[in-house]
Design a protein around this ligand. Structure first.
Ligand SMILES: [Zn+2]
Length: 601
């Protein structure tokens, strides 16, 4: 087997990284001091007295050897410090480096933005015509005032087959792009017709205020009450937050965001002066949504309807949201996540209208997320029995043991022992036991390693640093199973594209396609990974192969860290650094012993 791969073109990400020096960028935020061939600083992500944050100018990387234990390249540094997402960080650094980002997508999609804008204007106009009276009556009936109508740009989609299509066609838009915008569908007889008709139209905008789709409500009691634009290149229900462009200032002013479920909850809240409210449009918060909020505040209040599917469903949705936070932040303590449960049968819209003082009180006293979960779990079991107590602890254990902040952890162990009426020590030992039982066990590799002793893996491919991670990423994508992501930590990837694609893939919803949510700057590399995939034989796609690859990546990563420490220590290392050296060496030895035949480069 002889496999040849073409190299990649030098793309904008590489260019940006070439033109910028991580030392310059880091110096903007941190007080760096020279330490051997590296630079040191107090870690900006955790509190410490002696510096354990090391920047390596040669590899252009950084790593915190203290409590965080995370690291990355210059782009990752800006993402974390500025609390912005990948695309935003790239834009910022591109400007600084004087590199033109090839934003094909904004050109590619500009027609879709135009169509949505024209449709918005069309619907608004229709609302003013006699045919729109029914929608106006509905707006009045719901108690929405003119200001709300103005700010949220209500409209009306007329009855009939193709009122909007005709309008858009007369403006010069072509059928295929109108269909692509989701505003029209093709019928069996090949004619196209309007997607929305006879509904109150509520434009959905992205964070910069561009119309990207619509929510639409019926004017009577028929079902479905709400429909929205199907997924298009510019609209994905799971990435957008309804009301964000309007709420942006309110979120910053209040330094908190209230996330509700429906359009009308947001609109009513704003009408009554609660300016920091947005809606997740019925889904649990996704990584994309969290990332667009995180640049504005760290205080999240989730207002959940309690009636829709019961407390168990609320819990499930919260757990998903929590996982998103956990993955995205690494350190959960960075964000204050709390919950407000609406009284049964009430949503924020009705609560604000009928019981304003109660709403104010609830919103001012949200329950911290973990406490909410503990209460909900306790409610499920009979905590007077010892088996009930055991079940409660078992279910709560992962949450408490994974806490980063020891004071927080301490607090919840106390809380739990109080609620269960048992001694603190009992809870602690039950937590420890429960976690030991669920620890992940890796398959023994000794046998396989021996079998392959004389046959190094993929020896016909030159093992360059980037190739190893490109190849691993391709295998991972091809194998699909998310459980495999446990083996790999995004820090192992040195190429920004791999790191980002890995994170996107790991946090991907079941219904989403990776290619659809890829930002333009990653597309080139993603295609390259797919072309590698096409060349991987089936024999290279199994857990063992992947484990070997991940071991090699981890090994490389650990060696880099080891070198960072060695080349930075001129004086006596801090306790924190000393600890991580010990851990590093242990881990390196472990991999060495297990995989001594991997031929690790
Ligand atoms: Zn740190």
């Amino acid at each position: 087997m002889s496999v040849k791969f073409k190299g990649r073109n030098l793309e904008s990400i590489d260019l940006i990284k070439q033109k910028l020096d991580i030392i310059d960028i880091a110096s903007d935020y941190l007080k760096l001091t020279k330490a051997g061939s590296n630079h040191k600083a107090l870690c900006p992500f955790h509190t410490e007295k002696t510096p354990s944050f090391i920047v390596n100018p040669e590899r252009q990387t950084w790593h915190c050897f203290g409590a965080c234990g995370v690291g990355g390249d210059v782009i990752e540094l800006v993402i974390k410090i500025e609390k912005i997402n990948f695309a935003e960080a790239l834009k910022m650094l591109a400007q600084r480096a004087g590199v033109q980002l090839n934003n094909i997508s904004s050109d590619k999609n500009s027609r879709l933005y135009d169509i949505n804008l024209e449709a918005c204007i069309f619907f608004k106009t229709q609302l003013e015509l006699p045919e729109g009276n029914k929608a106006k009556e509905y707006i009045d009936k719901r108690g929405l005032n003119d200001e709300a109508s103005e700010i949220f740009e209500f409209g009306f989609s007329p009855y009939g087959n193709s009122a909007l299509v005709d309008k858009l066609t007369s403006l010069g838009f072509k059928e295929p792009e109108i269909i692509q915008s989701g505003l029209a569908i093709k019928r069996d007889n090949n004619q196209i017709r309007d997607f929305f008709y006879g509904r109150l139209m509520i434009p959905i905008k992205n964070s910069t205020g561009k119309v990207i789709g619509f929510g639409a409500r019926v004017l009577d009691d028929s079902n479905p009450k709400y429909i929205n634009t199907p997924t298009t290149p510019v609209f994905d229900k799971k990435s957008v937050l309804f009301g964000l462009s309007v709420a942006s200032k309110g979120i910053r002013d209040n330094d908190s965001v209230v996330v509700v479920e429906g359009y009308l909850d947001v609109i009513t809240a704003h009408q009554f002066g609660f300016k920091n409210v947005v809606a997740s449009m019925g889904t649990a918060l996704t990584a994309n949504q969290v990332s667009s909020l995180k640049s504005r505040t760290n205080n999240f209040i989730l207002a959940m309807d309690s009636d829709s599917a019961g407390r168990e469903a609320v819990l499930r949705s919260l757990r998903n949201t929590y996982r998103v936070f956990e993955r995205q932040l690494g350190q959960k303590s960075e964000v204050n996540l709390s919950v407000v449960l609406m009284p049964s049968g009430k949503d924020p819209d009705t609560q604000i209208r009928n019981n304003l003082s109660e709403w104010k009180k609830t919103i001012a006293n949200p329950v911290p997320f973990v406490q909410f979960v503990i209460d909900s779990i306790i409610e499920k079991y009979d905590i007077n029995s010892s088996s009930g107590k055991g079940q409660v602890v078992g279910e709560i254990a992962p949450l408490i043991t994974h806490m980063v902040n020891p004071f927080e952890q301490d607090h919840y162990i106390d809380l739990l022992s109080g609620k269960l009426g048992v001694k603190r020590e009992t809870v602690e030992s039950a937590l420890a036991k429960s976690m030991a039982g669920s620890a992940r066990k890796r398959p023994a590799l000794k046998k396989l390693a021996n079998q392959n002793k004389d046959k190094p893996l993929y020896s016909d491919v030159t093992l360059k640093e980037n190739w190893l991670e490109d190849y691993t990423m391709s295998v991972l994508l091809k194998m699909q199973e998310k459980t495999n992501s446990d083996m790999i930590n995004s820090d192992y990837f040195r190429r920004t594209e791999n790191r980002e694609i890995y994170s996107l893939w790991r946090d991907l919803n079941e219904t989403d396609k990776l290619g659809d949510i890829m930002s333009v700057q990653l597309e080139g590399h993603y295609k390259y990974l797919l072309s590698i995939q096409g060349n991987i034989p089936a024999s290279g796609l199994n857990k063992e192969a992947l484990l070997q690859l991940s071991d090699r990546l981890e090994y490389r990563h650990l060696q880099h860290l080891q070198r960072d420490i060695l080349s930075s220590s001129e004086d006596i290392p801090s306790r924190e650094i000393e600890d991580s050296v010990i851990k590093l060496n242990e881990r390196i030895k472990q991999i060495d012993e297990r995989n001594n035949s991997y031929n690790i480069k």
